[in-house]
Design a protein around this ligand. Structure first.
Ligand code: SAH
Length: 471
């Protein structure tokens, strides 16, 4: 097999990034945009020793799982990877991906997974689900401002203000901004030169409250003619918050470290499962509200609280899971590294009249050991174990970013020995790695369930329950 060879192959499998995998005499070729079951003609782009990459040239026989994508840019755009696969097949792919990681990386055996994995929770309508989008701004060849999404693995913007995963109002907001930029010659940021002004626009939409937030990320401290923009944007029904976040750094990080209010409040509110949340521009908030309610419900079910427990919610963001759990626990501690998110979390506890929660700013892997240390004196003094209940945890919930938990945190969890650990994960590879550690140190994998928070993409959320083994 060598570069530029043209091959004919049937797609037998799906790679973790959604590519089709065809085999030529046992040699696997990864073919982007080919769907499992397709018979395709492909051109080899790169041939390594044990596998290669090929470009899809022609679909000879389409797979029964192939479907018409809603978005005309589905193949080019880096946002979605598997829009051409039927939704039912996407769900099977995601479940298998999680299972594969648990087997390969976690070392869990098949029979166990057969027994404990519950069926994936999919969506009824796998489009229009995102409450948040961050649109990059740039210029086209003629120098006109454009916005849309990056093409896969590049920073080339595909102009598109109507993402099929987002809400319809995105278009009106973006066209209003582009219109003013053209009118007043306001340049978009240029990554190469470091010049220009507008870098990104973050839009959030509260599905329950219909409130809208717009945050302009600028290369500087202000946006020219901001007053005209504000006047136009605040005419859009539901507009609640228009802010500006300065970001002068040459970096791929989208938002700046702070924000200032241009109009309205510095936040919007939203409801999930009867709890009201305040969300500011720099705080993390789950992007799919329909599935988030199911995800949090599942975390609560797996935590199996009876009412007397001390619970830690690590990586708590704006306190969403903490407040869900607090209604069924004695006390919940939330830990989060972003200070603005902790401010939101405290406010959220207040507006929901939930008093049995406490939020701590800091890294989970530092806060928990410090807490344990400072309470160990009380623990020593009270050998009967009936006194200070805050020195321990009955249930620990973790919901880390893709890189998973820090090893120091996992060690601390083992030391604190909670009855149950509920792990909410957005990356099943790091989840499997962390579960292997915990299950090698006194815990048993009891339940696993995936929730499809991100239809049309290869990403998926997983919730796991671990039970401490009693010997
Ligand atoms: N449970 C929340 C947030 C999950 S996202 C929710 O469902 O909305 C992960 C969160 O972890 C983010 O808010 C991020 O800021 C935070 N984070 C990242 N690294 C951290 C660390 N080392 N310690 C504590 N929080 C961290």
């Amino acid at each position: 097999m060598k570069k530029n060879d043209i091959v004919l192959t049937e797609i037998e499998d799906i790679g973790v990034n959604g590519e089709g995998i065809g085999k030529i005499d046992g040699y696997p070729l990864f073919i982007k945009d080919a769907v499992i079951g397709d018979v395709v003609e492909a051109k080899v782009m790169k041939a390594k020793k044990n596998y290669g990459y090929a470009r899809l040239m022609k679909i000879i026989t389409p797979s029964e799982y192939r479907t018409e994508p809603k978005c005309p840019f589905a193949r080019k755009c880096g946002g979605c990877q598997i829009q051409e696969m039927s939704y039912e097949r996407q769900l099977i792919f995601k479940e298998k991906k999680v299972r594969g990681n648990l087997e390969r990386i976690g070392g869990f055996d098949r029979e166990l997974l057969d027994r404990i994995m519950e069926p994936i929770i999919g969506m009824e309508n796998p489009y229009g689900y995102r409450n948040k989008a961050q649109f990059p701004f740039g210029a086209d060849r003629l120098g006109n401002p454009v916005t849309g999404f990056y093409a896969g693995r590049t920073h080339v913007i595909i102009p598109n203000t109507e993402c099929a995963l987002g809400v319809p109002v995105n278009r009106e907001i973006l066209e209003t901004i582009l219109g003013l930029m053209k009118e007043k010659n306001i340049p978009a940021y240029n990554e190469q030169t470091g010049g220009g002004i507008l870098r990104h626009v973050l839009i959030r939409y509260g599905f329950a409250t219909k409130e809208i937030m717009v945050c302009l990320v600028v290369n500087g401290d202000s946006f020219p003619h901001a007053e005209i923009l504000v006047e136009r944007l605040c005419r859009i029904e539901g507009m609640k918050s228009i802010t500006l976040s300065p970001n002068r750094k040459k970096t791929n990080v989208i938002l700046g470290d702070s924000f200032q209010i241009l109009w309205g409040d510095g936040y919007i509110t939203d409801d999930i499962g009867g709890v009201r949340y305040r969300i500011s521009p720099l705080s993390f908030y789950q992007v799919n509200p329909v599935q988030t309610e199911r995800l949090y419900g599942l975390a609560l079910e797996y935590a199996d609280l009876k009412g007397a427990e001390t619970v830690w919610d690590l990586y708590c963001g704006i306190g969403t899971i903490s407040l869900f759990l607090a209604q069924s626990a004695r006390k919940v501690y939330g830990v989060e590294v972003v200070p603005q998110a902790i401010e939101d979390a405290k406010e959220n506890a207040r507006i929901n009249h939930i008093e049995n929660v406490e939020f701590i700013t800091g890294k989970a892997e530092e806060v928990l050991p410090e807490w344990y240390q400072s309470h160990s004196a009380a623990r020593e003094a009270d050998k009967t174990g009936s006194g200070d209940r805050d020195d321990r945890a009955d249930v620990i919930v973790v919901d880390p970013p893709r890189k998973g938990c820090d090893p120091a945190l996992l060690e601390m969890i083992v030391k604190m020995a909670p009855e149950r650990v509920v792990y909410v994960s957005c990356d099943s590879a790091t989840l499997a790695r962390d579960l292997k550690m915990l299950c090698g140190n006194g815990y048993e994998l009891e339940k696993v369930r995936t929730v499809d928070m991100f239809p049309e993409t290869v990403h998926v959320e997983t919730v796991v329950r671990l039970q401490r083994k009693h010997t």
